[in-house]
Design a protein around this ligand. Structure first.
Ligand code: SDX
Length: 424
């Protein structure tokens, strides 16, 4: 039901009345759907001012640096919830009680293995293939193994697909890493927690199964929580658009992984570490900040800026605190952390960054923690994809479980008007 009305007045035409809706939080939206019948489209490349859907999952206030998952602030979830509790919250809308938590954890554990046949998919890739290339391939291929749960209109099929994807992403991610270093792939273990299990599959071998450090497991879990969802970002919007055609959930998540890969999005965490490597020393910071400000130079300060946050990304704050905790608990003095902090300090005092509200985002400090955990740089975006899977699935499920239409944007056409093929 519209809360207010808007009027669109175009010269020479009668005013068009448009409904305006208010959400629980955030800006009002103008419903422009009736414009098609008036022969008019809106124009919003990059969707700077477009709401693609109604959602109850995550809310971001970019001006205040607020991120809520089902109403809970990310700072509180990072401190008090683990990743599987956050997955349950995103999927079901409420935090699990003790019984629900135990049941969800054991259900996930019972789906962590992948079909043995899937291992042969890896052999088609070069050992030095980018891990995200392999993830796109093997996650999309999962649909070939689950013909029993591909009816997207069946809530039980949607539920088991969500479980399978959340449970298997860490297994696949670790398999990708093991394949790249030529070590045997490790099977998941049901006696370990989600994040312990991931680190076990990443770093243990059949000849040597070390106990997983609780410090590293907690840091890994925290990183997954901080990446779990983020409203209608590029990869989540890709998942929704793919899902709107009726594609199966595995194909939709593979599409999300592909969209996340770009350095402007989830690929930024890998790009931040490479940028810090390239800067090398505090004495070079000014030169790189100047490059970032130079309109003729495509270089951007990776890990800085955000389409929505015009204040601190709350995840970056928690990530920085986690960085300090993990490095001090491990007794690591990583010069790249000092370099990153100095870069942040210099950038944040520069008018170019201040005027454009460019703050560190989730990707700025995450790589330093991942490096301390032992994750190689090229695996960083795979970690992001693993953490983001519950968010992607929650948005896909929210769309499919209600009325939806296939996403089909229109355009402003400025090409040739009709012309005839030249006669010979
Ligand atoms: C993620 O959407 C999400 O929620 C994404 C994400 C999630 O959880 O899903 O939060 C994850 O993708 C975080 C962002 C990671 N990407 C990077 O760190 C890459 C570096 N950042 C930029 O590419 C950029 O800031 C974006 C892509 C993140 C945002 O781009 P926008 O919203 O299109 O903003 P813009 O490019 O129009 O920038 C506005 C101005 C421009 O200058 P002017 O044209 O106004 O002179 O700020 C400048 C930009 O050139 N600018 C930067 C900059 N980011 C923006 N200049 C230098 N360095 C940067 N990093």
């Amino acid at each position: 039901m519209a809360d207010k009305k808007a009027q669109l007045i175009i010269e020479g035409a009668a005013p068009i009345e448009l409904p305006v809706y208010s959400g629980t939080l955030g800006p009002d939206v103008v419903d422009v759907r009736s414009l098609t019948a008036e022969g008019i489209f809106t124009f919003d490349p990059g969707f700077m001012a477009t709401s693609s859907c109604e959602s109850k999952i995550t809310f971001i206030d970019g001006d205040k640096g607020v991120l809520l998952h089902r109403g809970y602030p990310i700072e509180q979830l990072a401190e008090k919830a683990n990743f599987l509790e956050t997955c349950f919250l995103l999927l079901k809308g409420e935090l699990p009680n003790a019984e629900e938590k135990q049941k969800f954890e054991s259900t996930i554990k019972n789906h962590t293995m992948v079909h043995e046949q899937l291992k042969s998919f890896f052999n088609g890739f070069r050992r030095d293939a980018h891990p995200m290339a392999i993830m796109c391939g093997v996650v999309g291929a999962l649909s070939a193994f689950y013909h029993d749960s591909l009816d997207i209109n069946d809530p039980h099929h949607r539920e088991i697909s969500a479980i399978r994807l959340i449970a298997k992403m860490p297994t696949l991610a670790a398999m990708v890493y093991k394949y790249s270093i030529g070590q045997p792939m490790m099977y998941p273990r049901n006696d370990l927690s989600y994040s312990e299990n991931f680190l076990h599959m990443m770093f243990n071998t059949p000849c040597d199964e070390k106990k997983i450090s609780p410090i590293l497991a907690r840091a890994m879990d925290r990183i997954f929580v901080l990446h779990a969802d983020h409203e209608q970002n590029a990869s989540t919007s890709t998942v929704r658009l793919a899902g709107s055609s009726g594609a199966n959930p595995f194909a939709c998540i593979a599409a999300g992984i592909a969209a996340l890969w770009g350095p402007a999005h989830g690929g930024a965490n890998e790009a931040v570490l490479r940028m810090l490597d390239e800067i090398g020393d505090v004495s070079n910071i000014e030169k790189f900040v100047a490059k970032a400000k130079d309109k003729d130079d495509p270089f951007k300060l990776m890990g800085f800026g955000h389409r929505v946050y015009k204040n601190f990304d709350p995840r970056a704050k928690v990530m920085k605190q986690t960085c300090d905790e993990v490095l001090s608990e491990l007794g690591i003095n990583d010069p790249q952390l000092e370099l990153a902090m100095k870069l942040e300090e210099i950038a944040r005092t520069d008018p170019y960054f201040i005027e454009r509200n460019l703050y560190p985002n989730v990707d700025f400090y995450s790589g330093i923690i991942l490096k301390a955990i032992g994750i190689p740089t090229e695996m960083f975006t795979v970690i992001f994809a693993t953490g983001r899977t519950p968010g992607w699935i929650a948005h896909w499920n929210e769309m499919i479980s209600g009325p939806y239409k296939i996403g089909r944007p229109r355009q402003l056409y400025t090409g040739h008007s009709q012309r005839d093929y030249p006669s010979k």
